[in-house]
Design a protein around this ligand. Structure first.
Ligand code: UD1
Length: 439
Protein backbone atom coordinates (compact mmCIF):
# COMPACT_ATOMS: atom_id res chain seq x y z
CA UNK A 1 0.00 0.00 0.00
CA UNK A 2 1.68 3.22 -1.10
CA UNK A 3 -1.08 5.76 -1.23
CA UNK A 4 -4.37 5.89 0.55
CA UNK A 5 -7.38 7.77 -0.75
CA UNK A 6 -9.96 8.68 1.86
CA UNK A 7 -13.32 10.21 1.20
CA UNK A 8 -14.10 11.73 4.56
CA UNK A 9 -16.82 13.66 6.25
CA UNK A 10 -19.11 11.08 7.93
CA UNK A 11 -18.95 9.55 11.41
CA UNK A 12 -17.35 6.16 12.06
CA UNK A 13 -19.89 3.76 13.49
CA UNK A 14 -19.83 0.08 14.33
CA UNK A 15 -17.54 -2.52 15.76
CA UNK A 16 -13.99 -3.65 15.05
CA UNK A 17 -11.59 -5.99 16.79
CA UNK A 18 -8.13 -5.05 17.98
CA UNK A 19 -5.04 -7.05 16.95
CA UNK A 20 -2.09 -8.22 19.02
CA UNK A 21 0.29 -5.46 20.06
CA UNK A 22 3.21 -4.73 17.75
CA UNK A 23 5.36 -3.44 20.60
CA UNK A 24 4.71 -6.58 22.64
CA UNK A 25 5.14 -8.97 19.70
CA UNK A 26 8.61 -7.71 18.73
CA UNK A 27 10.36 -8.37 22.08
CA UNK A 28 8.38 -11.62 22.53
CA UNK A 29 9.65 -12.95 19.21
CA UNK A 30 13.19 -12.18 20.40
CA UNK A 31 12.55 -14.07 23.65
CA UNK A 32 12.57 -17.25 21.53
CA UNK A 33 16.36 -16.77 21.22
CA UNK A 34 16.71 -17.46 24.95
CA UNK A 35 15.77 -21.14 24.74
CA UNK A 36 16.51 -24.32 22.78
CA UNK A 37 12.85 -25.31 23.11
CA UNK A 38 9.98 -24.07 20.92
CA UNK A 39 8.19 -20.87 21.93
CA UNK A 40 4.62 -20.60 20.65
CA UNK A 41 3.01 -17.16 20.45
CA UNK A 42 -0.63 -16.55 19.62
CA UNK A 43 -2.41 -13.32 18.63
CA UNK A 44 0.68 -12.37 16.60
CA UNK A 45 -0.29 -9.35 14.46
CA UNK A 46 0.22 -9.56 10.69
CA UNK A 47 2.46 -6.54 10.31
CA UNK A 48 5.51 -5.70 8.25
CA UNK A 49 7.61 -5.20 11.39
CA UNK A 50 6.70 -8.71 12.55
CA UNK A 51 7.67 -10.06 9.12
CA UNK A 52 10.98 -8.20 9.30
CA UNK A 53 11.71 -9.63 12.75
CA UNK A 54 10.79 -13.17 11.65
CA UNK A 55 13.11 -12.76 8.65
CA UNK A 56 15.94 -11.60 10.90
CA UNK A 57 15.44 -14.50 13.32
CA UNK A 58 15.30 -16.95 10.40
CA UNK A 59 18.64 -15.61 9.17
CA UNK A 60 20.10 -16.39 12.60
CA UNK A 61 19.06 -20.05 12.37
CA UNK A 62 15.70 -19.85 14.15
CA UNK A 63 13.03 -22.09 12.61
CA UNK A 64 9.80 -20.16 12.21
CA UNK A 65 6.45 -21.77 11.50
CA UNK A 66 3.29 -19.83 10.90
CA UNK A 67 0.00 -21.33 9.86
CA UNK A 68 -1.46 -18.77 7.46
CA UNK A 69 -5.04 -20.02 7.90
CA UNK A 70 -4.86 -20.15 11.70
CA UNK A 71 -7.48 -17.99 13.43
CA UNK A 72 -5.36 -17.66 16.56
CA UNK A 73 -2.52 -16.08 14.57
CA UNK A 74 0.00 -18.55 15.97
CA UNK A 75 3.74 -18.42 15.34
CA UNK A 76 6.12 -21.06 16.68
CA UNK A 77 9.82 -20.32 16.94
CA UNK A 78 12.50 -22.92 17.48
CA UNK A 79 15.94 -21.46 18.20
CA UNK A 80 17.68 -24.81 18.88
CA UNK A 81 19.68 -24.34 15.67
CA UNK A 82 20.75 -20.73 16.41
CA UNK A 83 24.10 -20.46 14.59
CA UNK A 84 24.47 -16.90 13.30
CA UNK A 85 24.12 -14.30 16.10
CA UNK A 86 24.28 -11.36 13.68
CA UNK A 87 21.74 -8.62 12.90
CA UNK A 88 22.91 -6.93 9.69
CA UNK A 89 22.38 -3.25 8.90
CA UNK A 90 19.89 -4.01 6.10
CA UNK A 91 17.45 -5.49 8.62
CA UNK A 92 18.02 -3.08 11.50
CA UNK A 93 17.75 0.08 9.37
CA UNK A 94 14.11 -0.68 8.52
CA UNK A 95 13.14 -1.52 12.10
CA UNK A 96 14.87 -0.11 15.15
CA UNK A 97 13.32 -2.74 17.42
CA UNK A 98 15.77 -5.25 15.87
CA UNK A 99 18.13 -4.07 18.64
CA UNK A 100 16.00 -6.34 20.88
CA UNK A 101 17.98 -9.37 19.66
CA UNK A 102 21.12 -8.01 21.35
CA UNK A 103 20.35 -8.98 24.97
CA UNK A 104 19.00 -12.48 24.23
CA UNK A 105 21.88 -13.28 21.85
CA UNK A 106 24.65 -12.30 24.28
CA UNK A 107 22.83 -14.14 27.06
CA UNK A 108 22.30 -17.43 25.25
CA UNK A 109 24.87 -17.58 22.41
CA UNK A 110 27.53 -15.73 24.43
CA UNK A 111 28.12 -13.34 21.55
CA UNK A 112 26.32 -10.95 19.22
CA UNK A 113 26.99 -8.60 16.35
CA UNK A 114 24.11 -6.19 15.91
CA UNK A 115 24.01 -3.16 13.67
CA UNK A 116 23.47 0.20 15.36
CA UNK A 117 20.01 1.37 14.36
CA UNK A 118 21.00 4.98 13.65
CA UNK A 119 18.54 7.85 13.84
CA UNK A 120 15.03 7.87 12.49
CA UNK A 121 12.47 10.47 11.50
CA UNK A 122 11.24 11.12 15.04
CA UNK A 123 14.63 11.59 16.69
CA UNK A 124 18.21 10.39 17.27
CA UNK A 125 17.16 7.39 19.41
CA UNK A 126 20.53 6.11 20.63
CA UNK A 127 20.96 2.67 22.28
CA UNK A 128 23.67 3.68 24.76
CA UNK A 129 21.58 2.48 27.72
CA UNK A 130 21.29 -1.03 26.26
CA UNK A 131 25.09 -1.10 25.81
CA UNK A 132 25.79 0.38 29.25
CA UNK A 133 23.57 -2.24 30.91
CA UNK A 134 25.16 -5.19 29.16
CA UNK A 135 28.64 -3.84 29.96
CA UNK A 136 27.66 -3.64 33.63
CA UNK A 137 26.68 -7.33 33.36
CA UNK A 138 30.24 -8.12 32.36
CA UNK A 139 29.85 -8.19 28.57
CA UNK A 140 32.91 -7.21 26.60
CA UNK A 141 31.20 -4.72 24.33
CA UNK A 142 32.39 -2.30 21.66
CA UNK A 143 31.02 -0.39 18.70
CA UNK A 144 32.97 -1.07 15.52
CA UNK A 145 32.11 -0.06 11.97
CA UNK A 146 28.50 0.66 12.91
CA UNK A 147 28.01 -2.63 14.77
CA UNK A 148 27.63 -3.39 18.46
CA UNK A 149 29.90 -6.36 19.12
CA UNK A 150 29.36 -8.10 22.45
CA UNK A 151 30.72 -11.18 24.21
CA UNK A 152 29.74 -12.72 27.53
CA UNK A 153 32.44 -13.24 30.20
CA UNK A 154 33.68 -16.64 31.41
CA UNK A 155 32.40 -17.42 34.89
CA UNK A 156 34.44 -19.15 37.63
CA UNK A 157 32.78 -22.47 36.84
CA UNK A 158 33.96 -22.17 33.24
CA UNK A 159 30.55 -21.30 31.78
CA UNK A 160 30.18 -18.36 29.38
CA UNK A 161 27.45 -16.23 30.98
CA UNK A 162 26.59 -12.67 31.81
CA UNK A 163 26.85 -11.70 35.48
CA UNK A 164 23.88 -10.31 37.38
CA UNK A 165 24.33 -6.63 38.26
CA UNK A 166 22.59 -3.54 39.58
CA UNK A 167 21.55 -1.50 36.54
CA UNK A 168 20.26 2.05 36.41
CA UNK A 169 19.15 3.57 33.11
CA UNK A 170 19.62 7.33 32.68
CA UNK A 171 16.13 7.67 31.25
CA UNK A 172 13.13 5.38 31.04
CA UNK A 173 13.66 3.22 27.96
CA UNK A 174 11.15 0.60 26.87
CA UNK A 175 13.26 -1.59 24.58
CA UNK A 176 16.29 -0.94 26.83
CA UNK A 177 14.40 -2.40 29.81
CA UNK A 178 13.21 -5.34 27.69
CA UNK A 179 16.68 -6.10 26.32
CA UNK A 180 18.28 -6.03 29.78
CA UNK A 181 15.46 -8.02 31.39
CA UNK A 182 15.82 -10.77 28.77
CA UNK A 183 19.61 -10.82 29.14
CA UNK A 184 19.38 -10.99 32.94
CA UNK A 185 17.14 -14.09 32.81
CA UNK A 186 20.15 -16.25 31.83
CA UNK A 187 22.81 -14.34 33.80
CA UNK A 188 24.68 -15.74 36.79
CA UNK A 189 23.09 -14.28 39.94
CA UNK A 190 20.71 -11.41 40.58
CA UNK A 191 20.05 -8.36 38.40
CA UNK A 192 18.22 -5.26 39.52
CA UNK A 193 16.95 -2.89 36.80
CA UNK A 194 16.22 0.50 38.36
CA UNK A 195 14.31 3.27 36.58
CA UNK A 196 12.76 0.47 34.52
CA UNK A 197 10.00 1.15 31.97
CA UNK A 198 6.55 0.27 33.36
CA UNK A 199 4.83 -0.15 29.98
CA UNK A 200 2.27 -3.00 29.72
CA UNK A 201 4.41 -4.51 26.94
CA UNK A 202 7.25 -4.96 29.49
CA UNK A 203 4.80 -6.82 31.74
CA UNK A 204 3.60 -8.97 28.83
CA UNK A 205 7.20 -9.92 28.06
CA UNK A 206 7.87 -10.70 31.73
CA UNK A 207 4.78 -12.94 31.86
CA UNK A 208 6.04 -14.93 28.89
CA UNK A 209 9.54 -15.18 30.41
CA UNK A 210 7.99 -16.40 33.68
CA UNK A 211 6.14 -19.10 31.72
CA UNK A 212 9.54 -20.05 30.24
CA UNK A 213 10.92 -20.55 33.75
CA UNK A 214 12.49 -17.14 34.41
CA UNK A 215 12.51 -15.65 37.90
CA UNK A 216 11.30 -12.06 37.65
CA UNK A 217 9.67 -9.78 40.22
CA UNK A 218 8.45 -6.23 39.88
CA UNK A 219 7.67 -6.00 36.14
CA UNK A 220 5.28 -3.07 35.77
CA UNK A 221 7.06 -1.14 38.52
CA UNK A 222 10.24 0.91 38.15
CA UNK A 223 12.43 -1.72 39.82
CA UNK A 224 12.63 -5.17 38.26
CA UNK A 225 14.48 -7.93 40.11
CA UNK A 226 15.65 -10.95 38.14
CA UNK A 227 17.31 -14.11 39.48
CA UNK A 228 19.26 -15.64 36.61
CA UNK A 229 18.64 -19.30 35.75
CA UNK A 230 20.90 -21.67 33.78
CA UNK A 231 18.32 -22.34 31.08
CA UNK A 232 14.81 -21.42 30.01
CA UNK A 233 12.21 -23.76 28.56
CA UNK A 234 9.66 -23.33 25.79
CA UNK A 235 6.17 -21.96 26.50
CA UNK A 236 2.94 -20.83 24.90
CA UNK A 237 1.93 -17.21 25.33
CA UNK A 238 -0.90 -15.02 24.01
CA UNK A 239 0.24 -11.52 23.02
CA UNK A 240 -1.63 -8.63 24.66
CA UNK A 241 -3.96 -6.40 22.63
CA UNK A 242 -2.51 -3.35 20.92
CA UNK A 243 -3.30 -0.35 23.12
CA UNK A 244 -2.05 2.12 20.50
CA UNK A 245 -4.19 0.60 17.75
CA UNK A 246 -7.13 0.75 20.18
CA UNK A 247 -6.44 4.39 20.98
CA UNK A 248 -6.09 5.25 17.30
CA UNK A 249 -9.56 3.92 16.42
CA UNK A 250 -11.05 5.62 19.48
CA UNK A 251 -9.54 8.92 18.28
CA UNK A 252 -10.86 8.31 14.77
CA UNK A 253 -14.35 7.84 16.20
CA UNK A 254 -13.98 10.91 18.43
CA UNK A 255 -12.78 13.14 15.60
CA UNK A 256 -15.49 12.03 13.17
CA UNK A 257 -18.28 12.42 15.74
CA UNK A 258 -18.86 8.67 15.67
CA UNK A 259 -19.83 5.81 17.91
CA UNK A 260 -17.72 2.64 18.02
CA UNK A 261 -17.12 -0.50 20.02
CA UNK A 262 -13.68 -2.09 19.94
CA UNK A 263 -13.42 -5.70 21.06
CA UNK A 264 -10.46 -7.85 22.03
CA UNK A 265 -8.76 -5.03 23.91
CA UNK A 266 -7.78 -4.18 27.48
CA UNK A 267 -9.00 -0.81 28.76
CA UNK A 268 -6.69 -1.06 31.77
CA UNK A 269 -3.67 -0.37 29.55
CA UNK A 270 -5.21 2.85 28.21
CA UNK A 271 -6.13 4.87 31.29
CA UNK A 272 -4.32 8.07 30.25
CA UNK A 273 -5.83 7.95 26.76
CA UNK A 274 -9.37 7.20 27.98
CA UNK A 275 -9.13 10.03 30.49
CA UNK A 276 -8.19 12.49 27.74
CA UNK A 277 -11.01 11.25 25.50
CA UNK A 278 -13.48 11.79 28.36
CA UNK A 279 -12.01 15.26 28.94
CA UNK A 280 -12.65 15.99 25.25
CA UNK A 281 -16.35 15.29 25.81
CA UNK A 282 -16.51 11.66 24.62
CA UNK A 283 -18.51 9.09 26.55
CA UNK A 284 -16.26 6.08 27.03
CA UNK A 285 -17.59 2.81 28.43
CA UNK A 286 -15.38 -0.04 29.51
CA UNK A 287 -16.20 -3.76 29.39
CA UNK A 288 -14.01 -6.73 30.35
CA UNK A 289 -12.49 -7.03 26.87
CA UNK A 290 -13.99 -4.12 24.96
CA UNK A 291 -14.28 -0.33 24.94
CA UNK A 292 -17.06 1.73 23.44
CA UNK A 293 -17.06 5.42 22.69
CA UNK A 294 -19.66 7.98 21.70
CA UNK A 295 -18.35 11.31 20.49
CA UNK A 296 -19.90 14.66 21.43
CA UNK A 297 -21.30 17.08 18.84
CA UNK A 298 -18.19 19.24 19.20
CA UNK A 299 -14.96 18.22 20.96
CA UNK A 300 -13.46 20.12 23.89
CA UNK A 301 -9.71 20.79 23.45
CA UNK A 302 -7.40 18.71 25.68
CA UNK A 303 -3.85 19.56 26.72
CA UNK A 304 -1.41 16.68 26.39
CA UNK A 305 2.04 16.06 27.85
CA UNK A 306 3.66 12.83 26.72
CA UNK A 307 5.44 10.78 29.38
CA UNK A 308 6.55 7.20 30.04
CA UNK A 309 3.76 4.82 31.13
CA UNK A 310 1.43 5.33 32.97
CA UNK A 311 1.67 8.85 31.51
CA UNK A 312 0.21 9.78 28.15
CA UNK A 313 1.95 7.72 25.41
CA UNK A 314 4.05 9.50 22.82
CA UNK A 315 2.67 6.95 20.33
CA UNK A 316 -0.79 8.59 20.73
CA UNK A 317 0.36 12.21 20.47
CA UNK A 318 -0.08 12.57 16.69
CA UNK A 319 -3.59 11.08 16.78
CA UNK A 320 -4.64 13.52 19.53
CA UNK A 321 -3.29 16.40 17.49
CA UNK A 322 -5.79 15.43 14.78
CA UNK A 323 -8.56 15.27 17.42
CA UNK A 324 -7.61 18.67 18.85
CA UNK A 325 -7.47 20.14 15.36
CA UNK A 326 -11.28 19.97 15.33
CA UNK A 327 -11.98 20.95 18.95
CA UNK A 328 -13.76 24.06 20.09
CA UNK A 329 -10.78 26.05 21.45
CA UNK A 330 -7.02 25.87 21.98
CA UNK A 331 -4.97 22.86 23.14
CA UNK A 332 -1.29 22.70 24.07
CA UNK A 333 0.61 19.50 23.28
CA UNK A 334 4.05 18.89 24.81
CA UNK A 335 6.21 16.08 23.44
CA UNK A 336 8.81 15.08 26.06
CA UNK A 337 10.04 11.70 24.73
CA UNK A 338 11.23 12.34 21.16
CA UNK A 339 12.77 15.58 19.92
CA UNK A 340 11.29 15.60 16.42
CA UNK A 341 7.83 14.16 16.64
CA UNK A 342 5.68 16.92 15.19
CA UNK A 343 6.15 16.24 11.48
CA UNK A 344 2.46 15.45 11.09
CA UNK A 345 1.66 19.06 12.11
CA UNK A 346 2.72 20.57 8.77
CA UNK A 347 0.63 17.98 6.93
CA UNK A 348 -2.39 18.61 9.18
CA UNK A 349 -1.98 22.31 8.39
CA UNK A 350 -2.30 21.39 4.68
CA UNK A 351 -5.74 20.00 5.55
CA UNK A 352 -6.72 23.31 7.15
CA UNK A 353 -5.64 22.77 10.78
CA UNK A 354 -4.37 25.76 12.76
CA UNK A 355 -1.18 24.58 14.54
CA UNK A 356 1.88 26.50 15.71
CA UNK A 357 5.04 24.66 16.78
CA UNK A 358 7.62 26.05 19.18
CA UNK A 359 10.32 23.53 20.12
CA UNK A 360 8.63 20.60 21.83
CA UNK A 361 5.29 22.42 22.14
CA UNK A 362 2.44 22.53 19.66
CA UNK A 363 -0.43 24.97 20.07
CA UNK A 364 -3.51 23.66 18.28
CA UNK A 365 -6.39 26.04 17.68
CA UNK A 366 -9.43 24.01 16.73
CA UNK A 367 -11.22 24.71 13.46
CA UNK A 368 -14.78 23.76 12.58
CA UNK A 369 -13.81 21.64 9.57
CA UNK A 370 -10.84 20.24 7.65
CA UNK A 371 -10.65 20.03 3.86
CA UNK A 372 -9.24 17.11 1.90
CA UNK A 373 -5.81 17.56 0.30
CA UNK A 374 -2.73 15.56 -0.70
CA UNK A 375 -0.45 14.93 2.28
CA UNK A 376 2.68 12.93 3.03
CA UNK A 377 3.08 10.39 5.84
CA UNK A 378 6.44 10.56 7.62
CA UNK A 379 6.28 7.85 10.26
CA UNK A 380 3.90 5.27 11.65
CA UNK A 381 1.87 7.32 14.12
CA UNK A 382 2.03 10.45 11.93
CA UNK A 383 0.35 8.35 9.24
CA UNK A 384 -2.39 7.41 11.70
CA UNK A 385 -3.06 11.05 12.52
CA UNK A 386 -3.38 11.86 8.81
CA UNK A 387 -5.85 8.99 8.36
CA UNK A 388 -7.93 10.37 11.24
CA UNK A 389 -7.80 13.87 9.78
CA UNK A 390 -8.67 12.53 6.31
CA UNK A 391 -11.71 10.71 7.72
CA UNK A 392 -13.01 13.98 9.14
CA UNK A 393 -12.13 16.18 6.17
CA UNK A 394 -14.58 17.23 3.53
CA UNK A 395 -13.72 15.81 0.13
CA UNK A 396 -10.81 13.55 -0.77
CA UNK A 397 -7.54 13.21 1.10
CA UNK A 398 -4.70 11.40 -0.63
CA UNK A 399 -2.01 10.22 1.80
CA UNK A 400 1.32 9.44 0.20
CA UNK A 401 4.02 7.10 1.61
CA UNK A 402 1.45 5.21 3.56
CA UNK A 403 3.67 2.10 3.77
CA UNK A 404 4.46 3.18 7.34
CA UNK A 405 0.95 2.07 8.30
CA UNK A 406 1.62 -1.53 7.27
CA UNK A 407 4.35 -1.59 9.94
CA UNK A 408 1.88 -1.06 12.75
CA UNK A 409 -1.80 -1.38 11.79
CA UNK A 410 -3.13 -4.79 10.77
CA UNK A 411 -5.96 -4.64 8.23
CA UNK A 412 -6.48 -0.89 8.56
CA UNK A 413 -8.68 -0.61 5.49
CA UNK A 414 -10.89 -3.54 6.51
CA UNK A 415 -11.27 -2.27 10.05
CA UNK A 416 -12.11 1.28 8.97
CA UNK A 417 -14.54 -0.07 6.42
CA UNK A 418 -16.15 -2.19 9.15
CA UNK A 419 -16.52 1.03 11.14
CA UNK A 420 -17.99 2.83 8.14
CA UNK A 421 -21.50 4.23 8.25
CA UNK A 422 -24.03 1.75 6.83
CA UNK A 423 -24.44 2.11 3.07
CA UNK A 424 -27.79 3.54 2.05
CA UNK A 425 -29.88 0.91 0.25
CA UNK A 426 -29.13 0.83 -3.42
CA UNK A 427 -26.09 3.04 -3.12
CA UNK A 428 -22.79 1.69 -4.37
CA UNK A 429 -20.41 3.78 -2.36
CA UNK A 430 -19.57 4.25 1.27
CA UNK A 431 -18.04 7.37 2.73
CA UNK A 432 -14.68 5.68 3.20
CA UNK A 433 -12.87 4.73 0.05
CA UNK A 434 -9.62 3.11 0.85
CA UNK A 435 -7.63 1.41 -1.84
CA UNK A 436 -4.15 0.85 -3.08
CA UNK A 437 -3.04 3.41 -5.60
CA UNK A 438 -0.27 2.64 -8.07
CA UNK A 439 3.11 3.86 -6.72
C1 UD1 B 1 9.53 2.14 22.34
C2 UD1 B 1 8.40 1.83 21.40
C3 UD1 B 1 7.97 3.08 20.63
C4 UD1 B 1 7.63 4.19 21.63
C5 UD1 B 1 8.77 4.40 22.62
C6 UD1 B 1 8.43 5.39 23.72
C7 UD1 B 1 8.85 -0.49 20.82
C8 UD1 B 1 9.25 -1.48 19.79
N1 UD1 B 1 8.86 0.80 20.46
O1 UD1 B 1 10.63 2.58 21.54
O2 UD1 B 1 6.82 2.75 19.86
O3 UD1 B 1 7.42 5.39 20.92
O4 UD1 B 1 9.13 3.16 23.26
O5 UD1 B 1 7.31 4.96 24.40
O6 UD1 B 1 8.47 -0.86 21.92
N2 UD1 B 1 17.04 6.69 24.70
C9 UD1 B 1 18.38 6.99 24.81
N3 UD1 B 1 19.27 5.95 24.94
C10 UD1 B 1 18.89 4.64 24.94
C11 UD1 B 1 17.52 4.35 24.82
C12 UD1 B 1 16.61 5.40 24.71
O7 UD1 B 1 18.78 8.14 24.81
O8 UD1 B 1 19.75 3.76 25.04
C13 UD1 B 1 16.06 7.78 24.59
C14 UD1 B 1 15.33 7.80 23.23
O9 UD1 B 1 16.07 8.50 22.27
C15 UD1 B 1 14.02 8.48 23.61
C16 UD1 B 1 13.76 7.98 25.03
O10 UD1 B 1 15.01 7.53 25.52
O11 UD1 B 1 14.20 9.88 23.64
C17 UD1 B 1 12.77 6.84 25.12
O12 UD1 B 1 13.09 5.87 24.14
P1 UD1 B 1 12.74 4.33 24.31
O13 UD1 B 1 11.77 4.12 25.41
O14 UD1 B 1 14.01 3.55 24.37
O15 UD1 B 1 12.03 4.02 22.93
P2 UD1 B 1 12.08 2.64 22.19
O16 UD1 B 1 12.22 1.57 23.20
O17 UD1 B 1 13.04 2.70 21.05
Amino acid sequence: MDKLLIEGGLPLKGEASVSGAKNAALPLLCAALLTREPLTLTNVPRLNDVGTMLGLLGQMGVKVSRDEGDEDDTVTLDASGLDNPVAPYERVKTMRAAILVLGPLVARAGEAKVSLPGGCAIGARPVDQHIKGLAAMGAEISVEHGYVIAKSPRQRDGSIRLSGARLFTDMVTVTGTENLMMAACLAEGETLIENAAREPEVVDLANCLLAMGAKIEGAGSDVIRIQGVARLSGATHRIMADRIETGTYLCAAAATGGQVRLSGTQAGTLDAVIEKLRESGCKVGVEAHAIHLTAPKRLTPVDIRTAPYPGFPTDMQAQFMAVNALADGVAVIRETIFENRFMHATELIRLGADIKIDGNTAVVKGVSKLDGATVMATDLRASASLVIAGLTAQGETLIDRIYHLDRGYEGLEQKLTALGAPRPTGAVESHIWLFDCPP
